[in-house]
Unconditional design. Structure first.
Length: 585
């Protein structure tokens, strides 16, 4: 009551009866990896390819997050929680310089590594070129030269040759008065004829080269010849300019009367030198992927502990492509997966044969030597097209398994198996395992038999996921080893727990007991109608709830249910019955 004393009437609202249970999000994928972006160690929700763009292009080699997001959305999956551990300040190398040749007729060159930042680019004349004006870097890392004239040419300078053919040494009478090119006199004053034609030519050249008012030309003496040449950089500009030689006395000249021959030509190949930074994937450590909590700040996998507080849901499918095959990362993934009732998709080693993958399940093995119910073991790697190399590259299949699982949740429901689903966006697998649906000796069946999920491709099937069991099989053969059975149980348990929040701190009486029990049973009936459960029941057993326990504020309910399981094996029994001969008419 609102007051201790009331002389009147009031209404007290008592909430009783069942309440709706909101099913937790089942297909949320958690990725920890690398991306060419500056959002290092932030927990970011990605719901579409548009959201994924903030992590850079999947065409950039070496980074796992852009390629993983592309793969996941290709399967039709939805929500992804992303943590990028690549730090621009720590995980980038530098090449200075790298020299590449650009073939004539092409304005593109691919560097040895994908350039994240181009610090400097010079042409073969060591002139530094500016980005945007002289070159750009396209989305597959090629340097595109936008002004070929600045990137290596062969320049033939325009020239003219004048030959002194006459003259005597009469001082002040016999002389070369002026040499004009396009109306500009190259001489500072008249040059007297001296001793010989060659000596006079040398005197003329010396006079012209000392004349600072004519810097665009050089003059050389070659015997009796005076050679006038345009300076470097003027190219063919002076072609056609008149050369006028004025003489006095008995000096005579012969030869060209205009500058000719200047051309600008592209060489067969052009060299460029580049100083650039590139992403060094090898410098990302397992410790950085695993992360830590320090001074209230979280990094790596530890950031996923903020998911529920931030977004209202937790991840159910963990992947760490290119890192999950490290035993330290695998262990950390399984810890997080267990905490959030999730599955961690673990990759095998590159280059494994099916026999090696199976052997790794044994005591001498490594990453596959686990019986965790939270682990899904994935073999082999897949092939996908890489725009940078214009060829197929190997990529972890764990991402595609997670994407197929999330897509199955969306399209069919979390109680359906992710096995036997078409994989989109791949061009092949690292190693094609043998498979036929009726061949117990096939490599695919041998892998499944020891709890390894694989990818098959038989005639007319396309690439398909194949495998229903978590890594706890065959150590355990219980129905819970089926991936969808365990996931269904986890989702039901968590959904009931979260829905029960509203009953916490209510009076412990019959209406509260009835409301909790009825809420659970209504939820189970809904799941049965959807096909997520065969049947189930929530009950309150007084024998399990003694008075001393209830007096302590503790109450226990039994929840019993059965997920539908998986149709993993179908058997036909054949009978030859000769009695059918009696049906002949």
């Amino acid at each position: 009551m609102a007051a201790n004393f009331l002389h009147g009437v009031e209404t007290v609202v008592v909430n009783s009866g069942p309440v709706p249970v909101r099913v937790v999000k089942s297909g949320v994928i958690a990725i920890v990896g690398t991306a060419p972006s500056d959002n290092t160690n932030e927990l970011i929700l990605v719901n579409s390819p548009v959201d994924a763009a903030q992590f850079g292009s999947a065409k950039i080699p070496g980074f796992t997050i852009p390629k993983s997001l592309e793969a996941i959305f290709a399967q039709g999956a939805g929500s992804v929680l992303v943590v990028n551990v690549a730090d621009p300040a720590e995980h980038f190398g530098n090449i200075s310089p790298e020299t590449q040749s650009v073939t004539a007729g092409s304005n593109k060159v691919k560097l040895d590594e994908f350039p994240i930042i181009v610090n400097a680019l010079k042409n073969q004349a060591t002139e530094e070129l500016t980005e945007g004006t002289h070159y750009s870097v396209n989305d597959i890392g090629e340097v595109v030269l936008t002004n070929r004239a600045l990137v290596g040419v062969t320049e033939v300078k325009a020239s003219a040759t004048v030959t002194i053919t006459g003259g005597t040494s009469s001082a002040g009478v016999n002389k070369v008065t002026q040499i004009s090119v396009n109306g500009v006199n190259l001489l500072s004053g008249a040059v007297d004829w001296v001793t010989s034609h060659a000596a006079t030519a040398t005197a003329v050249a010396a006079n012209a080269n000392a004349h600072t008012s004519s810097p665009e030309y050089t003059v050389a003496a070659v015997g009796a010849n005076i050679v006038i040449t345009a300076l470097a950089g003027t190219g063919s500009t002076p072609n056609g300019f008149d050369v006028v030689v004025t003489v006095g006395g008995d000096v005579t000249t012969s030869g060209n009367t205009e500058l000719t021959g200047g051309v600008t030509a592209e060489t067969a190949t052009t060299a460029i030198t580049v100083d650039y930074d590139y992403f060094d994937a090898s410098s990302v450590t397992a410790a950085e992927v695993i992360g830590e909590v320090s001074g209230g700040d979280r990094t790596g996998l530890e950031l996923f502990d903020l998911a529920y507080n931030t977004f209202g849901f937790t991840p159910k499918l963990f992947v760490a492509p290119e890192f999950s095959q490290l035993t330290a990362v695998q262990s950390a993934l399984l810890v997080k997966a267990a905490k959030y009732r999730a599955k961690a998709f673990i990759d095998g080693q590159e280059g494994w044969t099916p026999a090696q993958a199976i052997a790794d399940r044994g005591p001498a093995g490594g990453v596959f030597n686990t019986s965790s119910a939270n682990a899904v073991l994935c073999y082999p790697k897949v092939k996908r097209y890489d725009a940078y190399t214009d060829a197929d590259e190997l990529f972890p299949s764990s991402v595609y398994w997670a994407g197929a699982t999330a897509a199955t949740d969306i399209q069919l429901g979390y109680w359906n198996s992710p096995s036997n689903k078409n994989i989109k966006g791949i061009t092949g697998v690292e190693r094609l395992v043998t498979f036929a649906v009726n061949d117990a000796t096939s490599e695919a069946n041998q892998l499944n038999e020891v709890g390894i999920c694989t990818i098959v491709n038989a005639f007319g099937t396309g690439f398909r996921t194949w495998g229903n069991r978590s890594a706890d099989y065959p150590a355990s053969t219980a129905i819970i080893t089926f991936i969808p059975v365990d996931r269904t149980a986890n989702i039901i348990d968590e959904s009931l727990e979260l829905a029960t929040l509203q009953f916490i701190d209510r009076p412990l009486n019959q209406p509260t007991i009835d409301s909790i029990r009825d809420t659970g049973n209504a939820f189970i009936r809904t799941l049965v109608s959807r096909g997520a459960l065969i049947d189930g029941l929530v009950t309150y057993d007084p024998a399990k709830n003694p008075s001393v326990q209830l007096a302590a504020g503790q109450i226990l309910f039994d929840v019993t249910y059965l997920p539908p399981g998986v149709t993993e094996r179908i058997t036909y029994e054949r009978f030859i019955d000769i009695n059918f001969f009696n049906n002949l008419a």
